[in-house]
Design a protein around this ligand. Structure first.
Ligand SMILES: Cc1cc2nc3c(=O)[nH]c(=O)nc-3n(C[C@H](O)[C@H](O)[C@H](O)COP(=O)(O)OP(=O)(O)OC[C@H]3O[C@@H](n4cnc5c(N)ncnc54)[C@H](O)[C@@H]3O)c2cc1C
Length: 414
């Protein structure tokens, strides 16, 4: 029914690929635009967790108390480039504003409602792309070195539970029994038993992309430069000077979404929380499920080709080279946790697309109903990509969306 209506999706990360497949599912003809190999950006190197329990954001009322030690301690997963922070104060100020108790409550509620729909968006894509072999359903675990660490996290964990997230509390013996490969003892833990993970996030994107091509999807390996609106269509200008006329466009270019010209996006406070991973090839047998060392801000995840340690947050913008401190931090922590070689086989830097209120933007742009926005999924893009695609496809198809979109729309920044 919709095959005469062509929709362009800018960005072939996990969010763009999910939008493209959901649009095809609704019968639209879809063009996917990305100069890079699909899924090779931030969507390739993440921790692989389908963290539908992850409704508690980095924003927190006690951040003001913790910030000095977070910024100075050698054990902290947070680092900040002072020059960048001072020259880009707006994001930081808005982030701190969103650390007030009432705001954090709002974020937890809205993220929780969206996360509860994770599998509504993900399951149909796994079937469509024949990708279930890339999933593992062994749960995910959070671990705490001491009773004090556990108690510090209690308010967040109770907020999760109030949101309907189920978990089992673990003691030291439970943790050792569940994950005997852990060398470091952890006193307390939580098991999110129903959670799952992806053993190769880039392969998942590529599976989606292969399915997209099989469904007559068109792929243009170019950078989208700008968008111009006509009355009932949109004109895209591409890197090679070419133009493309489509009915609607979905901007899903992750942390780089604001670089596309022609659509007023200057009010959208998108920035990046840089994150890192190190991976030790052929050591995945040391773990059966993702384990988050909460206070250290990373996950250890058994991936298809190795044991991956992914996390940390660095506020330093887009242009700077990777920070050896973060790689050294993850490597040191990994070797505290497990018996591992001195050096990882793989080091990686990625750019989480993050808005200061820790909610993604999913909806029509303020400028036009022919331009839709789907970015800003911060620590949860792999988890939320499927439901994002579903909601975008419902909007494009003129359906009443199956979720209250108002808290996710760009108007919240107007
Ligand atoms: C260390 C780390 C661990 C993480 N762990 C998890 C986790 O366990 N679970 C989870 O759910 N999430 C996790 N995340 C978050 C998740 O990886 C991201 O939210 C997600 O990958 C964002 O996907 P995306 O498609 O929006 O962006 P990307 O993957 O960055 O894709 C954007 C694409 O847009 C393209 N693009 C950019 N500009 C243009 C343009 N002008 N024209 C055309 N194309 C363009 C890029 O080439 C790229 O391919 C983690 C992130 C990090 C950094």
């Amino acid at each position: 029914m919709n095959t005469q209506t062509r929709i362009a999706v800018i960005g072939a990360g996990i969010v763009g690929c999910s939008c493209a497949l959901w649009l095809q599912k609704k019968g639209f003809a879809v063009t996917l635009i990305d100069p890079e190999i699909p899924g090779s950006g931030t969507s390739s190197g993440n921790a692989g967790t389908i963290a539908d329990y992850g409704c508690v954001p980095v924003n927190s009322p006690d951040i003001f108390k913790r910030l000095p030690s977070l910024l100075t301690s050698k054990e902290s997963p947070l680092s900040l480039n002072l020059g960048y922070a001072l020259s880009h104060p707006s994001w930081m100020i808005q982030f701190l504003r969103n650390c007030r108790a009432a705001k954090v409550k709002h974020i937890i509620r809205e993220l929780g409602k969206l996360l509860a729909k994770t599998y509504e968006g993900l399951d149909p894509l796994l079937d469509m792309a024949d990708a279930r072999d890339l999933m593992r359903q062994n749960g995910c675990m959070s671990v705490y070195r001491s009773e004090q660490e556990f108690q510090n996290a209690l308010p967040s964990n109770l907020a999760r539970r109030a949101q309907g997230v189920d978990y089992i509390e673990l003691d030291r013996a439970d943790i050792a029994a569940l994950e005997p490969g852990l060398k470091l003892p952890f006193e307390r833990g939580l098991l999110f038993e129903a959670a799952s993970h992806v053993i190769n996030p880039q392969a998942l994107c590529q599976r989606y992309f292969a399915c997209f091509l099989r469904n007559q999807g068109e792929y243009i390996p170019q950078r989208a430069i700008s968008i111009e609106q006509d009355d009932d269509s949109v004109q895209l200008r591409l890197d090679n000077g070419g133009n493309l006329q489509v009915s609607r466009v979905v901007i899903a270019a992750g942390a780089f979404s604001k670089s596309i010209e022609g659509i007023p996006m200057s009010l959208l406070p998108l920035d990046t929380e840089r994150g890192y991973h190190v991976q030790f090839s052929n050591h995945q047998h040391l773990l059966t499920r993702p384990v988050a060392w909460n206070a250290s801000g990373f996950y250890a995840t058994p991936m298809e080709h190795g044991l991956r340690f992914a996390g940390t947050v660095e506020i330093a913008g887009y242009g700077k080279a990777h920070n050896p401190r973060n790689i050294a931090f993850l490597t040191r922590k990994a070797r505290e946790m497990f018996d591992l070689p001195a050096n990882p086989d793989q080091e990686w830097l990625g750019f989480r697309p993050t808005l200061p209120d820790a909610l993604p933007i999913i909806g029509y742009s303020n400028a036009s109903e022919n331009v839709l926005l789907a970015f800003g999924h911060h620590h949860l893009g792999l988890t939320l990509a499927g439901i994002t695609g579903k909601l975008i496809a419902e909007l494009v198809n003129g359906e009443k969306p199956s979720h209250n979109m108002a808290p996710l729309g760009p108007r919240r920044f107007s």
